[in-house]
Design a protein around this ligand. Structure first.
Ligand code: HEM
Length: 130
């Protein structure tokens, strides 16, 4: 795909396509898949719409997402401590998914926002369990 054919994350439709692709990679990943499927045992039909609303809020200013993401990860961390390597892998998959089919100003914003939220999340999880 050439740079010109890549879509930006500037509409709900494109954000939804990105999230679907990102999760395909997460579920193929030996390190991250068990955290989603075994530790959290997510129901995809519930989880994916939340993730899509979350990115529509961050990138488009959409108002649907109103949940406490940090608390959700704190609970997850209580079940199985999230490690620095988990965050590195999560960000790596996030960025390589963007590289596959997305480009533009909002895409670059997504990279920055994801990196800063990941760093903030890692720094705010209880240290003794990390
Ligand atoms: C080590 C890296 C990460 C892992 C392993 C991870 C894993 C998970 C899991 C398993 C859930 C589902 C929890 C549940 O429903 O019980 C979840 C929810 C979520 N995660 Fe992460 N996460 C990571 C980093 C991030 C980052 C950096 C962001 C944001 C940039 C993020 C955004 C979200 C959102 C929006 C939800 C949905 C919360 C909701 O139900 O409303 N995650 N994550």
């Amino acid at each position: 795909m050439t740079a010109r054919e890549r879509r930006d994350l500037d509409s709900r439709e494109n954000i939804e396509a990105f999230v679907d692709l990102f999760y395909q990679h997460v579920f193929d990943d030996e390190r991250l898949a068990p955290i989603f499927l075994d530790v959290a045992a997510i129901d995809l039909a519930v989880h994916l719409p939340h993730i899509k609303d979350y990115w529509c809020k961050l990138l488009l200013g959409d108002k649907h997402y109103r949940r406490h993401t940090m608390n959700i990860h704190r609970q997850l961390h209580g079940k199985q401590p999230l490690q620095a390597g988990d965050f590195r892998r999560w960000l790596e998959l996030f960025n390589t998914t963007l590289d596959e089919g997305f480009a533009g100003e909002r895409t670059e914003r997504a990279r920055q926002v994801a990196a800063s939220i990941a760093a903030n999340m890692a720094a705010n999880l209880p240290a003794k369990e990390r």
